[in-house]
Design a protein around this ligand. Structure first.
Ligand SMILES: Nc1ncnc2c1ncn2[C@@H]1O[C@H](COP(=O)(O)OP(=O)(O)OP(=O)(O)O)[C@@H](O)[C@H]1O
Length: 252
């Protein structure tokens, strides 16, 4: 299976404190990779390495190599804005801009000049909302504020916004933790469809969610990857006793 991202010996430091140690992970293309592990083990830190969001965190230093389609994303010739369009991100708390539903989705295509005219922009906005499973619910109020939607709708709006700039990869940091079970189920259904066209990396505290949605799982503990495997075997027959302890709820 082709890897879209390969990380080699990634270390991350916040000042003097090391948050990640020698993380090696291949992210498979058109699959969902789940990152699990106890609070503070470095999952979000690792996710933020993959689109250089850690560059915006003061005192944070990343070493090692992160290759996107074979190209080192920390190379100084890399344009971070383009990188973040290619590697999109959806956060824990839905964070639509205080703008209309339409403008939320049109924002990225506008700044990246992806649409030649208004019709082309309309097409991108409608297709992205459709792919995010939100179009039917919002098509008669595209010009109302995105912040007026329910939490689950807002999160799907954020997914539509990420997709509008045609990313290859979408990073999701606990995208359902602020959602109720019905909205969560909708996002999970959506993830299953999205993996046909996107490679997704998701941080989740819910082992059930990791088991339901992902094909590959990495278990982090104290800044290291303890175990990586296909999701089913990691959950049914973990090789490391720390993984076993975590998935059976003995710690975490
Ligand atoms: N901006 C920061 N400055 C200093 N230390 C940080 C910063 N962000 C994270 N850390 C530290 O790095 C370590 C890893 O944190 P991180 O948020 O990546 O863990 P996590 O596994 O995502 O946790 P959680 O599941 O609770 O979100 C923790 O010890 C945390 O305190």
């Amino acid at each position: 299976m082709k890897s879209i991202i390969t990380t080699k010996n990634v270390n991350v430091f916040y000042g003097q404190t090391q948050a990640l140690k020698n993380v090696n992970l291949n992210v498979p293309e058109n699959r969902i990779t789940a990152l699990i592990g106890p609070s503070g083990c470095g999952k979000s830190t690792f996710l933020r390495c993959l689109n250089r969001m850690n560059d915006t965190v003061e005192g944070c230093r990343v070493t090692g190599e992160i290759l996107l389609d074979g190209v080192d994303i920390y190379d100084r010739n890399i344009d971070e804005v383009l990188l973040r369009a290619r590697v999109g991100m959806v956060f824990q708390k839905p964070n639509p801009f205080p703008k209309s539903i339409y403008d939320n989705v049109a924002y990225g295509p506008r700044i990246h000049g992806l649409a030649a005219n208004k019709d082309a922009l309309d097409e991108i906005v409608l297709t992205s909302l459709e792919k995010a499973g939100l179009l039917k619910e919002v098509q008669d109020r595209l010009h109302s504020s995105g912040t007026g939607l329910s939490g689950g709708q807002q999160q799907r709006l954020c997914i539509a916004r990420a997709m509008a700039v045609q990313p290859d990869i979408i990073l999701m940091d606990e995208p359902c933790s602020a959602l109720d079970p019905i909205a969560t189920a909708k996002v999970e259904e959506l993830l299953d469809e999205l993996k046909q066209n996107y490679s997704i990396v998701i941080v989740t505290h819910s082992m059930q969610q990791a088991a339901r949605v992902s094909q590959k799982t990495a278990f982090f503990h104290l800044g290291e990857i303890v175990e990586i495997g296909d999701t089913e075997s990691l959950f049914t027959s973990p090789a490391d006793e720390r993984t076993q302890g975590y998935i059976t709820g003995r710690f975490g």
